[in-house]
Design a protein around this ligand. Structure first.
Ligand code: NAD
Length: 257
């Protein structure tokens, strides 16, 4: 039980095949109360997601979902206010919310660039600001942002230069948070997954391309959402109590640097 009695928010957790949802599963099975958020969360969707988590993480799993658009400060503040009102504390944030788009640099128009930076970078910034105010007040807290190998390699399998830039910004921002808020007892780290089997990859690689990519990965398989979730668990738990400002690769050895 690595997160017993901790209350954690996981942003971008509304897809049962996604990294955020996998993080909710493993966090709940390690004793945390976990609140997932995503852009859209009506009553039926919320009930289905909770049922799914309880059947995998255990019937006593403490999980809930809320709607929150991380690009909106009012949404982020309202979510935090609600979580604090209901549970009385908030210990960890994992930010898996993100969008991707495959386009050549010269085909990326203003709208597309604004949308990409708006969600992946500005959204991460806005959400971090909301939780940091609380973390400073209470003198502890952890943040894990999910960036991408695209930021390290210069573009990814699916993401264009705007995606890579947004994720690179996330890494820089996380390092700044670690430096500025370490004295307040706050840790901030970032994980960089490579190709991970979620709906983000749907329709982007055919079987032949997939086999070719996998044959170049030292561990000879694509990443699974649970692989990334496990790194998030480690970085949120006290096992990583002296780790902050770190970038953790979850890439099967495909980018060793
Ligand atoms: N799947 C991969 O191969 C891969 C590789 C590297 C990095 N990543 C990153 O991992 C993270 C999780 O991606 P995933 O693969 O689980 O895909 P996913 O699409 O299942 O998860 C992303 C979630 O973010 C939500 N979201 C989008 N905009 C939002 C907003 N403004 N506010 C709140 N939620 C919002 C989406 O609705 C979605 O549920 C993303 O940041 C992605 O860039 C994924």
């Amino acid at each position: 039980m690595l997160l017993k009695d901790k209350v954690c928010i996981i942003a971008g957790a509304g897809s049962p095949r996604g990294i955020g949802y996998a993080a909710m599963q493993i966090f709940a099975s390690h004793g945390a109360t976990v609140i997932g958020c995503d852009l859209v969360m009506d009553g039926i969707r919320r009930a289905e997601l909770i049922d799914g988590l309880k059947s995998s993480a255990g019937l006593d799993a403490q999980v809930d979902f809320m709607a929150c658009d991380i690009t909106k400060a009012a949404d982020c503040d309202a979510m935090l206010h609600d979580v604090l009102g209901r549970y009385g504390r908030m210990d960890g944030l994992v930010n898996c919310a993100g969008i991707v788009e495959s386009r050549g640099m010269l085909d990326i128009d203003d709208d597309s660039l604004d949308r990409m930076l708006g969600v992946n970078l500005k959204g991460a910034f806005t959400l971090s600001q909301s939780v940091l105010r609380q973390f400073v007040q209470q003198g502890h807290g952890t943040i894990v942002h999910v960036a991408s190998v695209a930021a390290q390699r210069g573009g990814g399998l699916v993401g264009g230069s705007h995606y890579a830039a947004s994720k690179g910004g996330m890494i820089s921002m996380t390092r700044s948070i670690a430096r500025e808020f370490g004295p307040h007892g706050v840790r901030a780290n970032v994980v960089c997954p490579s190709m991970t089997q979620t709906s983000m990859l749907d329709g982007t690689v055919n079987d032949e391309q997939h086999a070719r990519i996998v044959s170049d990965i030292p561990l000879r398989r694509a990443g699974q959402p649970q692989d990334v979730a496990g790194a998030c668990l480690f970085l949120t738990s006290d096992l990583s109590a002296y780790i902050t400002g770190a970038t953790i690769d979850v890439n099967g050895g495909s980018h060793i640097h």
